[in-house]
Design a protein around this ligand. Structure first.
Ligand code: CA
Length: 229
């Protein structure tokens, strides 16, 4: 059973997330301030840490900084709405991901699954595992993309987008999330850019081979799925 530590001083939120995670089959511990959280995270084995940023005694950024001296455990930061500085500081400080409060529990669960998958992929091999969906394979180390045996040339942005979708295979990712992940926090071109680049990927990966990889989930975003149609 995978073990998750929640470091969050708002006890109601912590309790709510705990119940949801337990329902999903995770084993959960909670800490309500930074100092206790750091102590637990540094001394006990966890598969993942959910770390709030605004915490009493020791803030989340500082907890992360100290934790990274002793542990590579995946960390997902919980940040206040639009606190861009926090996100950047968290990711610079070695966080694996962040989620903005208030968040939908489904999105948090999806990110937890993705972070745990990344962790086991890293553990299995010092090099990144190749990612695949149906006939499509992507090698994060060589940056080679293939459909069947055909090599596909992608621009950097196309590659990054495809890599992100594959990392989140079978998870619907919203346009906003993709935009933040691939274009960055300060991009002001709107979510249209995502649609445009998805269409570039489709024209290179799907249309020539008559396969369906990137699915549009109406009103939500995109998802890469394994099975072909
Ligand atoms: Ca807080």
């Amino acid at each position: 059973m995978e073990r998750i530590l929640i470091i969050e001083d708002e006890e109601k939120i912590a309790r709510f997330v705990e119940l949801e995670l337990q329902y999903e089959g995770y084993e959960v511990e909670k800490a309500f301030n930074g100092r206790d959280g750091l102590e637990l995270a540094s001394t006990r084995p966890f598969d993942l840490v959910l770390l709030d940023i605004l915490l009493p005694q020791l803030n989340g950024i500082e907890v992360l900084r100290r934790l990274r001296r002793v542990s590579e455990v995946p960390v997902i930061m919980l940040t206040a709405r639009d606190a861009v500085v926090d996100k950047v500081a968290g990711l610079d400080g070695g966080a694996d991901d962040y989620i903005t409060k208030p968040f939908a529990i489904e999105e948090l669960l999806a990110r937890i699954r993705a972070a745990l998958r990344n962790k086991s992929a890293k553990a299995g091999n010092r090099q990144s595992a190749a990612l695949s969906a149906g006939l499509l394979t992507l090698d994060p180390d060589t940056r080679e993309v293939q459909v069947g045996k055909e090599q596909i040339e992608l621009t950097k942005r196309e590659f990054d987008l495809l890599h992100y979708l594959l990392t989140n295979k079978n998870i619907v990712v919203s346009r906003d999330t993709i935009l933040q992940e691939i274009w960055g926090y300060d991009f002001s071109g709107g979510t249209n850019a995502v649609d445009v680049y998805v269409s570039y990927l489709r024209s290179k990966l799907e249309e020539p081979y008559d396969i369906k990889l990137i699915h549009t989930v109406r009103g939500v975003g995109y998802m890469i799925k394994d099975e072909q149609q």
